[in-house]
Design a protein around this ligand. Structure first.
Ligand SMILES: *Cc1c(COP(=O)(O)O)cnc(C)c1O
Length: 419
């Protein structure tokens, strides 16, 4: 069963200062998990996690991860700016962009970030814009369907990302002619995998590719970036990944493929987002209306603006009614927000304890791709983000939006000017 990391008592205390809805992050959970990842890959001298900033673009969260030894994976100018603001610079940044707008490679190069090219044509684009750096990475797309032991996982052949194998061979040669000296390989083939087999399988694919690229081009391959994709169990009955087993699986592939081929110094990088943060935040929201028509509706003060995943993908997020953790789940609800959009539902046909107005609901596993995906449809404002610190105190790490924020882009004129 999923247990919230805050109690009703704690939330009652928090709402004296911060009104619902709000996000709350668990510093202790974030740190412990980051340490465990590091431990799982401690066999690799150069190992580094580059946290995918898009999952949780909050400088306070990045600061915590930086203290745990993580860098950042950015794919836009503003993500680079957030990293820079917390002092993550140089080779601590992986710039894994695609369809990259003009100017962003320049910004990345100024920061000394490792540039991860998404396409063969980006070699010339980068050369023209700011020149080819000494260290460079290329993203691989194997095409077709990607299978691991338990069947088809995804369809890289339909994905917009990466180089084909022949383009990688040609690309490495061209980059060497243009002055590149150290090379990396990157690939992201499947999202939210809840199996210990994905990373080891991907590692095998990329390690074999590294050997082939080395033989074909004689490039100096210094790192392999396994990127994101390790998932979390959103469903209470699902079994989570075991990061120690995953790390060991990658180590085995490394010993079998890279070491005998003279690539025993290659560093392993990851760019995890979801795995690093998803379990370590709750969206806390209050029950404000109940409605009995053809179904039972429970209206809460959060909406899809605060968390889009259920509306966008039909994603499951577990819900706990605080203070009723032990109460039987005897009532079926659709838990809804207030958007004029019928997909604005956090849960459909969900069994919960009978909810009273004013009850607080915890929506679990919202720490990654949660707040970040929000938008402002219906003029709804984004919530605050709070941090539950290790000493049990609560820190504001992003204030809630105000109408002034919503109207800020009209500040070139007098309409809607705030007095
Ligand atoms: C989104 C993304 C990640 C992180 O993915 P998760 O599924 O959150 O682990 C890593 N790398 C790149 C390039 C991405 O786009």
């Amino acid at each position: 069963m999923k247990k919230p990391f805050v109690t009703l008592e704690k939330v009652n205390e928090i709402v004296n200062t911060h009104s619902t809805p709000f996000y709350i992050y668990d510093e202790k959970g974030i740190r412990e998990n980051a340490r465990k990842l590091k431990e799982a890959f401690s066999w690799n001298k150069g190992f580094k996690e580059y946290f995918a900033v898009k999952a949780t673009p909050n400088p306070f969260i990045l600061q915590i991860l930086k203290e745990e030894g993580c860098g950042s994976d950015c794919s836009s100018e503003t993500e680079l700016m957030i990293s820079e603001a917390v002092g993550i610079t140089g080779s601590e940044i992986m710039f894994s962009s695609n369809n990259t707008p003009e100017g962003e490679f320049t910004k990345a190069k100024e920061l000394g970030a490792i540039i991860n090219l998404d396409d063969y044509t980006h070699i010339d684009f980068l050369k023209e814009e700011c020149g080819i750096p000494e260290t460079i990475c290329c993203r691989y797309n194997p095409g077709g369907v990607y299978e691991v032991s338990n069947g088809i996982m995804d369809n890289p052949g339909d994905a917009k990302y990466g180089f084909t194998k022949q383009q990688l061979i040609d690309g490495y040669k061209k980059l060497m002619e243009l002055g590149a000296k150290n090379f990396g390989i990157h690939s992201f083939l499947v999202s939210n995998t809840v199996t210990n087999d994905y990373y080891p399988a991907l590692a095998r694919t990329l390690f074999e590719l590294a050997v082939e690229l080395k033989n074909e081009t004689n490039a100096n391959i210094t790192f392999i970036n396994l990127s994101g994709g390790i998932g979390i169990p959103y469903l209470p009955e699902e079994k989570g990944n075991d990061i120690m087993v995953i790390g060991e699986g990658v180590r085995k592939a490394y010993e079998e493929i890279l070491v005998p081929n003279g690539l025993g110094d290659v560093a392993i990088f990851t760019e995890l987002g979801r795995y690093m943060l998803a379990p370590y935040a709750h969206l806390v929201t209050k029950a404000i209306h109940e409605k009995h028509i053809y179904k039972e509706y429970l209206g809460v003060d959060a909406c899809a603006v605060n968390l889009m995943r259920p509306a966008m993908y039909g994603a499951y997020h577990h819900i706990t009614v605080l203070g009723k953790e032990e109460t039987p789940l005897d009532t079926m609800y659709d838990v809804v927000g207030s958007l004029c959009e019928n997909n604005d539902k956090f849960a459909i046909d969900r069994m919960l304890p009978k909810v009273d107005m004013g009850d607080y609901l915890v929506i679990h596993d919202t720490g990654a791709h949660g707040f970040a995906m929000g938008y402002n449809y219906n003029g709804k404002l984004k919530s605050a983000e709070l941090l539950l610190k290790e000493d049990d105190s609560v820190q504001l790490i992003r204030r809630a939006e105000t109408p002034e924020d919503y109207f800020a882009t009209f500040d070139f004129c007098d309409i809607l000017k705030q007095k």
